[in-house]
Design a protein around this ligand. Structure first.
Ligand code: FES
Ligand SMILES: [Fe+2]
Length: 388
């Protein structure tokens, strides 16, 4: 067994680490046809992140989630469960709801066109002037549902008719980070970024720190680039961590912790920042004192919306004296995010050139090579490595 293979097996990675492995061809970031395949085979099939449970905490609270052409209504039902309905009236297909979030005060969902009315669980309650009979039954006209799974306060949905069990796709996440008790954390801040780049470039950027010395001088001071380690890749989850230089430090403008450690975080986790890609649309970054995450919504091959959230313990959010710490964490990541978005948008422009064929990965970008393989597998495409 060669030493590279031993090295990657020790770290639990699925793919060997070698300098000089090649990137995907540029078309994977620009082709409308490949993008449409990604929508069908990945976004409409995988479990994908939708929203935080706290965003729809009361009965009747809802949030609309857009997955390419599909609009979903995520709503808190009377029994406390979260339902995900396709935003389509069973009568003649009118979109039921257009406000991005709110509360169904009547505890029902009414179509604006001919006033068909649905319960929060999707059952058709009333269809004016229509009589049930041989050709029409209310039972057949419930709203169509997507599958829902809540993990640590993160609501995931799947548009597949029969999705792979959540625990299979996300095996590597289950039990990981339980010390953070993320379901108890709350959103302290949110920033929306509109970006002109392919969704995969954001995932790639997130999973390597080869770019950090030049792009992120402050981040590189707080967490040395050499400390970056990938701890595993399994299915849809690829992750790693970096060590903090300062004792009781964090990713803030002055490098000091923004707040006391989150819940039961202890030991090595007090000195680490974890970076986990939850394929295809969630980037999760647990710090000792807060959790940062990115929710990526693709709007085409060259356009995304990236919603970035900062989660803190509720007592920290409500503490007047803790506001400076939260602000510093927000400022640090907003600065770092913008540094990343700049290079991602430039990469989007450069990879469109006819002169860009395929690039060369360094050994520090091994996980990107793994991510590319996951993509090719999901699309059922031949690996360009083997067909060249
Ligand atoms: S289309 Fe919804 S009630 Fe007619
Ligand atoms: Fe970066």
């Amino acid at each position: 067994m060669n030493s590279d293979k031993k090295r990657f097996e020790k770290r639990g990675l699925d793919y060997p680490i070698l300098d000089g492995k090649r990137t995907l061809p540029g078309k994977y970031y620009h082709s409308q046809e490949i993008y449409e395949e990604e929508v069908e085979k990945i976004f409409y099939k995988f479990w994908i992140y939708a929203c935080r449970a706290e965003e729809i905490s009361n009965v009747g609270d809802y949030k609309l989630v857009q997955v390419e052409d599909e609009s979903l209504i995520l709503v808190r039902d009377k029994d406390g469960s979260v339902q995900a309905h396709f935003n389509v009236c069973s009568h003649r297909g009118t979109q039921l709801c257009t406000e991005s979030s709110g509360n169904f005060k009547s505890k029902s969902i009414q179509c604006p066109y001919h006033a068909w009315t649905y319960a929060l669980d999707g059952k058709l309650l009333g269809a004016p002037l229509m009589t049930e009979g041989d050709n029409f039954s209310k039972e057949d006209c419930a709203l169509k549902k997507a599958h829902v799974h809540i993990w640590e306060g993160f609501v995931f949905l799947s548009l597949a008719e029969k999705p792979e069990p959540f625990e299979v796709q996300m095996e590597a996440l289950i039990g990981k980070f339980s010390d953070w008790k993320m379901d108890e954390l709350r959103i302290a801040h949110h920033i929306r970024y509109d970006l002109k780049c392919n969704w995969k470039l954001i995932l790639q950027n997130y999973q390597e720190c080869y770019h950090c010395p030049g792009v992120h001088p402050l981040l590189s001071e707080l967490t040395p680039v050499q400390s970056a380690q990938h701890d595993f890749s399994k299915g849809a989850v690829i992750g790693g961590f970096m060590d903090l230089t300062k004792e009781r430090g964090s990713m803030t403008m002055d490098g000091n912790a923004a707040a006391p450690p989150v819940c039961e975080v202890s030991g090595d986790d007090l000195q680490r920042i974890y970076y986990y890609s939850v394929y295809p649309n969630l980037l999760l970054t647990p710090h000792p004192d807060f959790v940062l995450f990115h929710h990526i919504t693709a709007l085409g091959p060259g356009q995304i919306v990236n919603d970035c959230y900062w989660l803190f313990q509720p007592n920290v959010i409500n503490d007047e004296e803790a506001q400076a710490g939260i602000k510093s964490a927000v400022e640090f990541w907003d600065l770092t995010n913008k540094q990343d978005w700049q290079v991602c948008e430039q990469m989007q422009l450069g990879t469109k050139s006819k002169r860009f064929t395929r690039g060369y990965y360094s050994g520090r970008e091994d996980v990107l090579y793994a991510l590319d393989r996951e993509l090719l597998k999901a699309l059922g495409h031949d690996d360009p490595e083997s067909t060249e």
